[in-house]
Design a protein around this ligand. Structure first.
Ligand code: DHE
Length: 533
């Protein structure tokens, strides 16, 4: 290892002083101090926990794809000071500022050769801890199993299971590092699947309060979906460019290359969702303008892996029966999407073009064509969109990551009905069949991140605000009956706040560590119109 910067400093000063002596006495200038050897520093200090290939181990993966959301200054702070509530130690006493900066820059460079994660790696990663066969199939706690909340606490990477009647924590356990996306439930509400950004899927038994299986589906993952019949789990990866299909016990069934039919171009997978009424998974690709539908219906007609509306389809590779890929060509790749209540349409957003403007579109999954553009401003976060009835028609409303506005769209004509002002751009939106209001946050706004706005679903007017001054308030989920709305104080020393959904009075507050999201079992398995699916 090279000497730290503090050790070479006197040498540098001597060299600089040497520049002022007469030329006759001048000695040959020493070579400039070599830059720290970041690869060697990594091997010495980091590889044991983060893996030789930076694909993770006891610590998270340190790949460019995994670090996109961590600012360089923040990364340097973590290396120097460690990370609270994790096993990441502080290296500030061992490494110089230069070495830390070099390490922080180096871990953002691609690993060469690129790390692989193939089917045998996936299979080898699986850990199963099944319950003894004589275990009674009943919850080990007494509460309404349909009114549980699963709360993902991102601050210290834990999950809390909360009784949604008494608002008490039943269990709290350590999760994989950096869970992302909504956990997905089996149709009976007993098992829940979590996906982590590093590719881990965890199957958890809510009745027995135990992890029953885990598998690493990829090196950098977006999300997971569970089939409506509870038999299949699909994972969407950024790295490698694959989808991975598992049975309900997380045994790998097969992977799919996220690539064009000719295999020439591959893509990150934006997201996979279950379309239960269609018995299929629907998949958006981030770098290829295609939307895929993969049926898990055992009665499905044999299909071909090919493009629909393509004269070459007859030549496409035959993959009969369920689990073949039906491809719909699009004009632009989709980033994020959700379904209309009939599941005939996928409503998706494209990433911003050169003009900085994201576009939104409607794809009819039956005729397999884009049928409309959505007149939504800014950068819609359609994955968090909701639908509800307004004046006898179905409308959709979506939060907006760029503007302080919520656009409401008529789902028959696909025309904009109203733009509702909010105090700032937001990430999430929620309602419930029993609630008059749709709640949205403004967490992307430095000045209004502490404010939730309530929109009256009959007048489409913002009618009330709930605030937590100076703190970030976001992500709402209702109880099963819609009487209470639970919101997150999205801070390291945060909380779950329970509001009476009519009076807006605070009913209870549970301390939590940056509770990024909360999910009500009943609302999820019944596909409540006011929540994400
Ligand atoms: Fe998410 C869901 C994509 C950044 C917290 N996020 C999703 C989903 C997608 C998505 C496609 C739906 C998956 C699902 O639920 O199955 N998220 C993206 C991005 O593209 C984006 C903007 C950039 C990125 O790097 O991934 C992004 N997301 C974030 C965050 O920075 C958030 C705020 C904090 C975090 O922990 O990562 C964040 N995303 C969430 C949450 C959900 C989510 C809490 C689930 C919402 C729900 O209620 O269902």
């Amino acid at each position: 290892m090279l000497p730290p910067f503090r050790a070479v400093l006197p040498v540098l000063l001597t060299c600089l002083a040497g520049l002022s002596v007469p030329a006759a006495q001048a000695q040959a200038p020493s070579a400039p101090a070599a830059a720290p050897d970041a690869a060697a520093l990594y091997r010495q200090h980091c590889a044991t926990c983060h893996g030789e290939q930076r694909t993770g181990g006891m610590g998270p993966a340190l790949l460019p794809e995994s670090l996109e959301r961590l600012r360089p200054a923040e990364a340097q702070k973590v290396i120097a000071a460690g990370r609270v509530a994790t096993q990441m130690p502080a290296f500030g006493a061992q490494l110089s500022a230069e070495e830390i900066a070099a390490l922080s820059a180096w871990i953002r460079t691609p690993v060469v050769p690129a790390p692989r994660w193939r089917e045998d790696d996936i299979r080898a990663s699986r850990i199963a801890t099944p319950l003894p066969p004589d275990t009674p199939a009943a919850p080990v706690w007494s509460a309404d199993p349909m009114n549980l909340f699963v709360v993902v606490e991102g601050g210290d990477h834990h999950v809390s299971i909360v009784d949604g009647d008494r608002f008490e924590v039943i269990e709290r356990f350590a999760s994989r590092y950096a869970l992302h996306g909504g956990p997905k439930f089996t149709p009976d509400g007993r098992f829940v699947f979590f996906g982590s950004r590093d590719g881990w899927i965890t199957k958890y038994d809510l009745w027995r309060l135990k992890v029953v299986a885990e598998v690493r589906a990829g090196l950098n993952m977006r999300n997971v979906a569970v089939s409506g019949d509870g038999r299949w789990v699909m994972a969407a990866n950024y790295l490698p460019h694959t989808l991975a299909l598992f049975d309900a016990d997380l045994n790998l069934v097969r992977t799919y290359d996220a690539a064009t039919l000719d295999g020439k171009t591959s893509s990150r997978v934006s997201a996979v969702y279950d379309a239960a009424p269609r018995s299929s998974f629907v998949v958006a690709l981030k770098d290829i303008p295609e939307l895929w539908e993969i049926s898990y219906d055992p009665q499905a007609e044999p299909i071909h892996d090919g493009y629909v509306h393509d004269h070459k389809m007859g030549e496409a590779i035959a993959k009969p029966g369920p689990f073949g890929v039906r491809r719909t060509r699009l004009e632009q790749p989709l980033d994020d999407f959700f379904f209309d209540p009939s599941y005939r349409h996928a409503l998706g957003a494209t990433r911003p073009g050169p003009d900085g403007q994201a576009r939104a579109q409607v794809v009819n999954l039956d005729v397999r064509l884009k049928i409309a553009d959505l007149p939504i401003n800014g950068m819609p976060h359609l994955g968090s969109g909701i639908t509800f009835d307004w004046q006898g028609r179905r409308v959709l409303a979506s939060p907006n990551l760029k503007d302080g506005a919520v656009d409401v769209i008529d789902m028959t004509t696909w025309q904009r009905i109203r733009t509702i002002p909010t105090p700032g751009p937001g990430f999430f939106m929620r309602s419930h069949e029993a609630s008059r209001y749709a709640w949205t946050d403004s967490m992307m706004s430095p000045t209004a991140k502490d404010t939730l706005t309530l929109i009256d679903k009959t007048t489409l007017e913002p009618v009330a605000r709930v605030r937590e001054p100076g703190r970030t308030l976001a992500h709402i989920e209702f109880t099963k009956d819609g009487r209470f709305a639970l919101a997150s104080v999205w801070e390291q020393d945060g909380a779950l706040i329970v509001y009476d959904a009519q009076t807006l009075k605070e009913v209870k507050r549970l301390p939590m560590s940056r509770p990024v999201g909360k999910y009500n079992v009943w609302n999820k398995i019944s596909r409540s119109e006011g929540t994400s699916h």
